[in-house]
Design a protein around this ligand. Structure first.
Ligand code: FAD
Ligand code: SF4
Length: 503
């Protein structure tokens, strides 16, 4: 963790109110409170619509959950958070019911708390570092508290007709224009930080809506579009300019951006190019990629399922893969009328990369998991449409480079399963790179950057998020955006100081 952050956290922990709050409830009382469970829509009802499944904590539930937090001297949760949110700092503000301050603490390190509170894999990050786990108890529900803080403050803002928190008033300092290519979480985090520092920021987005995967990938029932729109409006309030339907590299070239006076560029174009297995039958009608399926659902009509040719009424649907995208696609299939939905995954449940909460929701919604199976061929009916899939049975071998036990085929063991639709979700490659002179593109189309500064091989061009890492997570993409903003701003500010010294 950066030293200055550590310093801020320590200072906060020693404040008088926080010392008093810690002492006001004995640790044994705190640890005896069971983890509060967030209310959820019942499975039978939620599969009939696209309403958000998790309903959020009430004020009393949030304060009770915040009381569980021990305000640790050496908080493992902060270390586990890729952007090092001051977790005890915001949680203790919830406990003392200063929700505004809780939001301020969070917004020091994240521009998308309402999003991260909903979609981050907390069980692998902050909550995995929580002291409660060492006691054999459930971690503090950090994600639910983050979401609570962001949602409550948005409601308060709306009530007072002031969408911008006091501490976010932006004072333009520099007449310097910077361009962001791509409006996913990485681009948005970069834009927010640069605007806060006083730069003139414009975000260029190829699609007709802003938000990247937050909008066209993650479905409405996990992350409502209006939540993403509000975060974007917050950035607009901070002075960020957004331009849609503009594919950089085609609508405008890198040279055009230079001519328009942009002095720095952050490339955050993501990884949306689907991978295929290259097996027979993959191009049959009835086989599609998760990207294609989710994009049609989310971008054409976010709130109405079953429209736009994506209704799967009465169909047997198999989704291939075990990541968040696969689970999202399967849960969409259930909501668009599929009669039977399977997840086909080549390893076991333990290796599945999707978030645990998503897996639980999928099970509750009737999705069947065919683990340790891998498709080898899709079979057509007499008219040439997909009719069945042939799966090879697998067992687990030695761990591979990902650290997970590798899937190994069991010789001669196959099974044929009738199916009408297959949605392939086995991973993505970086989106096609923008052609920029002297900018190096590495293996698999990833932009090559310096890992400390995220600067590319071309001066003043930085990159981060999935275009650099390959498919990853929202919080990592956001963390890159913040890191690149810090590096770019420092580079500009160094240049200013040199100019003033020369002068
Ligand atoms: P993206 O979000 O992909 O945004 C890139 C943007 O750049 C897009 O809007 C694209 O249209 C635009 N663009 C591309 N090329 C150009 C160009 N030349 N000019 C202008 N614009 C361009 N992560 C989690 O942490 N939790 C989850 O629950 C989760 N669920 C997921 C579900 C799905 C269905 C998918 C696909 C991913 C999920 N992820 C999840 C992963 C996460 O969403 C990504 O890691 C993250 O969005 C990457 O952010 P990014 O900003 O790098 O790119
Ligand atoms: Fe609170 Fe757990 Fe973090 Fe300790 S590790 S400060 S108990 S959230």
């Amino acid at each position: 963790m950066k030293e200055e952050l550590q310093e801020i956290f320590t200072r906060g922990r020693d404040e008088e109110w926080r010392v008093d709050l810690r002492q006001s409830v004995k640790p044994t009382v705190r640890t005896s409170i069971p983890r509060v469970r967030m209310p959820e829509l019942p499975p039978d009802f939620r599969i009939t619509n696209s309403r958000e499944v998790c309903e959020g904590l009430s004020v009393e539930q949030a304060v009770l959950e915040a009381t569980r937090c021990l305000d640790c001297v050496n908080p493992g949760c902060v270390k586990g958070c890729p952007v090092h949110n001051d977790i005890p700092g915001f949680i203790k503000n919830i406990e003392r019911r200063d929700f505004r301050e809780a939001s301020r603490v969070l917004r020091r390190t994240t521009v998308l708390p309402a999003v991260c509170g909903r979609v981050c894999p907390q069980e692998k990050q902050c909550e995995a570092g929580c002291t409660y786990l060492k006691m054999g108890k459930s971690a503090v529900s950090i994600g639910a508290l983050e979401r609570f803080t962001a949602d409550l403050n948005r409601t308060i803002d709306r009530m007072v007709h002031d969408s911008m928190a006091d501490d976010e008033a932006v004072h333009p300092l520099y007449p310097i224009k910077v361009a962001v290519v791509g409006s996913g979480p990485s681009g948005l985090a970069f834009a927010g930080d640069m605007a806060r520092r006083g730069y003139k920021v414009t975000v260029f987005e190829a699609l007709s809506q802003f938000g990247g995967v937050l909008k066209y990938g993650i479905p409405e029932f996990c992350l409502p579009s209006k939540i993403v729109d509000r975060e974007i409006n917050r950035l607009r309030d901070m002075g960020v300019n957004f331009i849609k339907d503009c594919l950089i590299g085609r609508t405008l070239s890198y040279g055009d951006l230079e001519k328009l006076g942009y002095k720095g560029i952050y490339i955050a174009t993501g990884a949306g190019k689907p991978r295929y297995m290259d097996i027979p039958g993959e191009n049959l009608p009835g086989v599609m990629t998760a990207n294609e399926y989710l994009m049609r659902l989310n971008l054409l009509e976010p709130s109405v399922f079953g429209a736009n040719g994506v209704a799967l009424t009465g169909k047997r649907v198999a989704v291939i893969g075990g990541g968040n995208t696969a689970i999202d696609a399967a849960r969409c299939a259930v909501r668009t009328g599929a009669e039977e939905t399977y997840i086909v995954y080549r390893r076991s449940m333990d290796e599945m990369p999707a978030r645990r909460e998503e897996i639980r929701h999928a099970r509750e919604e009737g999705i069947r998991f065919m683990t340790l199976h891998n498709p080898v061929r899709y079979l057509p009916d007499s008219k040439g449409f997909l009719h069945a899939m042939r799966l090879e049975k697998m067992e687990l071998g030695e761990p591979d480079e990902s650290g997970r036990r590798s899937p190994v085929p069991i010789p001669g063991e196959f099974v044929e399963v009738p199916v009408d639709i297959v949605v392939v979700s086995i991973g993505y490659y970086p989106n096609p790179p923008i052609s920029i002179p002297d900018m190096e593109i590495g293996k698999g189309g990833k932009v090559e950057v310096d890992s400390e500064t995220l600067r590319s091989t071309k001066a003043a061009v930085y990159a981060g998020g999935d275009i650099v890492r390959g498919p990853a997570t929202v919080i990592l993409a956001m963390g890159d955006g913040r890191k690149a903003a810090d590096s770019m701003a420092k580079a500009f500010e160094n240049a200013f100081s040199r100019i003033s010294l020369d002068y």
